[in-house]
Write a protein that binds this ligand. Structure first.
Ligand code: FE2
Length: 252
């Protein structure tokens, strides 16, 4: 059965709603969430609540930071972290509703394996922290170390750049593969796949990004959403730096 794989939602309710509607219009109801539901954006509570139903919920560095400590957060990320924490503890909401939010965070796992498929946030080596970006394909030691840790395919988020890396040290953007890859055609080669970011794309394309996976074929989708609405909400929120809105408009 096909799953929808969603990563790096970052409290962007407008983008998440468009993705949920799109997957449902394609008859897909199963959700794998690769982490960073929260952080940066204006709707952390709503995004967590919409994703309670995820079959797999991976912990991102932003979830880890609200629950523990955001060691390597820069000042802007830290400001959004503190604001997000306040939202999750908001006394304007029912206490049990807040407990549900924190309980959901508490259920998140760093790595989930389902048969020969692995799901994590950053990389199988350092699940909540390590970034994999296209330039890493030249770092054979790093990439080999990562490929050694999974069997066939590993889905990741964290860098916010949708991309496909294969164990023969090749890489490709989804567009260059016409937005789909059939793993059966890879033979013995393994694939490390970043499905892109739902709520804060950083590949220069502001449209929301997610993928579906039926066990063999991965399909990537980019969809327009009401970016301006999210931007206006961030501008109107004192605790969130305007920079976090501006970057959504350009996908950086
Ligand atoms: Fe992220």
């Amino acid at each position: 059965m096909t799953v929808a794989i969603l990563a790096d939602i970052h409290s962007n309710l407008e983008a998440l709603t468009v993705v949920l509607d799109h997957m449902e219009s394609r008859g897909i109801s199963r959700i794998v969430c690769l982490g960073d539901i929260i952080g940066y954006g204006p709707n952390p509570r709503e995004c967590l609540q919409l994703l309670y139903r995820s079959e797999v919920a991976i912990m991102g560095n932003h979830e880890e930071a609200v629950m523990f400590y955001g060691e390597d957060f820069n000042p802007k990320a830290r400001a959004s972290l503190e604001w997000t924490k306040d939202q999750l503890n908001s006394t304007e909401h029912d206490r049990t509703e807040n407990y549900d939010l924190w309980n959901f965070l508490g259920t998140m796992q760093q790595v989930v394996e389902d048969g020969d498929t692995m799901y994590t946030h950053g990389s199988p080596r350092v699940p909540t922290r390590e970034y994999v970006v296209p330039a890493d394909i030249r770092n054979r030691e790093k990439m080999q170390g990562i490929f050694d840790l999974f069997q066939r395919v590993c889905f990741i988020g964290h860098s916010h750049v949708p991309h496909i890396y294969t164990s023969d040290m090749k890489h490709a953007s989804p567009e260059s593969l016409k937005d789909a890859i059939d793993l059966r055609k890879l033979g013995d080669r393994k694939a490390l796949i970043n499905t892109g970011s739902v709520g804060q794309p950083r590949d220069g394309d502001p449209r929301t990004s997610y993928a579906t996976f039926d066990g063999d074929i991965v399909r990537f989708f980019r969809l327009e959403y009401d970016v301006q609405k999210t931007v206006d909400k961030i501008y109107a929120t004192e605790g969130l730096p305007n920079f976090l809105a501006d970057r959504l408009l350009v996908g950086r």
